[in-house]
Design a protein around this ligand. Structure first.
Ligand code: 5GP
Ligand code: ZN
Length: 114
């Protein structure tokens, strides 16, 4: 049994509200949403942070964004707008060390982040 919470969501061991699943990429609702739409997109394969990406993962990361684009369209926020964020390590506030892309939408998000 993995001690990584997102690996456990990927195997179905921990339930999540899934919005997209192509076998490689999974999207589910964030348990503590910061916006009306707050979705997390993860590769099923465990990669801890952006720093751990290899050149061979380029297609995987591209697919993460394509999945995000599809989820945004399906949730009806593609035109109003959305933000995608991948936090890396302490200063960015990363708390789950399985790479994930936040998709935030449904309100004015403000820029730059505080
Ligand atoms: P980070 O700060 O690492 O970029 O973001 C981690 C995100 O994972 C947070 O927004 C947090 O609410 C979310 N999260 C943590 N544990 C769970 C969980 O068990 N289920 C879901 N759906 N989201 C989680
Ligand atoms: Zn993991």
């Amino acid at each position: 049994m993995s001690d990584c919470i997102f690996c456990r969501i990927a195997t179905g061991e921990i339930p999540a509200t899934t919005l997209y699943d192509d076998g490689e990429i999974l999207a589910f609702r964030d348990i503590n949403p910061e916006a009306p739409v707050h979705v997390l997109l993860i590769p099923r394969r465990h990669i801890a942070t952006l720093n751990d990406l290899a050149a061979a993962d380029a297609t995987l990361i591209g697919r993460l964004y394509l999945a995000g684009k599809q989820v945004a369209a399906e949730l009806g926020v593609a035109e109003s707008g959305y933000r995608t964020v991948i936090n890396c390590n302490r200063d960015a506030g990363q708390i789950v060390f399985h790479i994930h892309m936040h998709l935030l939408a449904g309100r004015e998000l403000g820029w730059p982040p505080g």
